[in-house]
Design a protein around this ligand. Structure first.
Ligand SMILES: NC(=O)C1=CN([C@@H]2O[C@H](COP(=O)(O)OP(=O)(O)OC[C@H]3O[C@@H](n4cnc5c(N)ncnc54)[C@H](OP(=O)(O)O)[C@@H]3O)[C@@H](O)[C@H]2O)C=CC1
Ligand SMILES: O=C(O)[C@@H]1CCC=N1
Length: 274
């Protein structure tokens, strides 16, 4: 394992998920730092994880890898505070949806390597999907350091940065789509007369079983679906309704909307102030 120390700058929902994953993976607590905006949040994290919470400038001075996990809308203000002071030798990693690495490069001294990452909340159970892109000054070695941080909490893939908005729409936001579908199917179970806890158990285990088959069977989703869909059977009756309601088209439009929103956030953050 690298001797690098890591600071999670802005440990909210995602930052905490990454922090807890690093600790589970055996990253020594003394090589982890956390910053927060609110003092009570810092106290909560220090108590829960036994890590040190420090102000942003102290984290920037001390840690080798700076994981920026604030909302994209807060990133400009954050970098205005200390961006220009980042000393040589640091690696800046952005977890912010939408923001291109050029946004950071414009606010950091020249030569600071920047890596853009899109991960997701299943990192909580070491099943994240993390996509990593090299930005300015980032070498293969920097990407390897970032992989070392994220590999213990799931799978990693390298993608060119121009694909990151699409990645955000697919795997960054993806867990929310699955949860919405599960929620809707549980409600359908209740509509069909099942007690809610029973409907919940049936659908959650079905989701888990289906996900494991998707990952491990080596079969395409179409093959897996066809194997469930008997001629003149029950499944095809449901699928006809899903197609009638445009679920497939809705999925295409929904993910395009998420991709467009990522681009819109970047445009808002990079627009010249009037
Ligand atoms: N949630 C998700 O599933 C995913 C999120 N992301 C990205 O991760 C980032 C964080 O998202 P998420 O965790 O959901 O958001 P949260 O709002 O939960 O976390 C952001 C945190 O940053 C803190 N913060 C804001 N400004 C500062 C500052 N100046 N100094 C220190 N801390 C600060 C906030 O503090 P306070 O609580 O006091 O406001 C908050 O706790 C976003 O950029 C998002 O695009 C990427 C992939 C998935
Ligand atoms: O909704 C969002 O903006 C963030 C980015 C990807 C997942 N959550």
């Amino acid at each position: 394992m690298t001797k690098q120390s890591v600071a999670v700058i802005g440990a909210g929902k995602l930052g905490e998920v990454v922090l807890s994953g690093l600790l589970r993976a055996g990253w020594p607590a003394e090589r982890l730092l956390v910053t927060t905006r609110r003092a009570e949040r810092a106290a909560e994290l220090a108590e829960r994880y036994g890590i040190r919470t420090v102000p942003n400038p102290a984290a920037v001075a001390e840690a080798d890898v700076l994981l920026i996990a604030v909302k994209p809308q807060d990133a400009g203000k954050l970098l205005d505070e200390w961006g220009a002071e980042v000393p040589p030798g640091k690696l800046v990693v952005s977890l912010c949806a939408g923001l291109p690495t050029s946004f950071f490069a414009e606010r950091l001294p020249g030569g600071i390597p920047i890596v853009r990452v899109m991960t997701n909340t299943p990192a909580r159970v070491d099943e994240a999907m993390t996509a990593i892109s090299a930005g300015p000054y980032a070498t293969d070695e920097h990407l390897a350091v970032v992989e070392e941080v994220f590999r213990p909490i799931g799978r990693t893939v390298r993608v060119p940065e121009y694909q990151q908005d699409a990645v955000t729409a697919l795997s960054g936001s993806g867990p929310a789509y699955f949860y919405l579908l599960v929620e809707a199917m549980i409600d359908a179970g209740v509509l069909l007369g099942l007690p809610r806890p029973v409907a919940h158990e049936l659908i959650v285990q079905t989701a888990i079983g289906s996900a494991v088959m998707l990952r491990d069977s080596g079969e395409h989703p179409v093959q897996l679906r066809e194997a469930v869909t008997s001629p003149a059977g029950t499944t095809i009756s449901a699928i006809r309704e899903l197609e009638n309601h445009g679920v497939r088209a809705a999925m295409l439009d929904a993910l395009a909307a998420a991709r467009d929103r990522a681009a819109e956030i970047a445009a808002q953050m990079t627009a010249p102030k009037s």
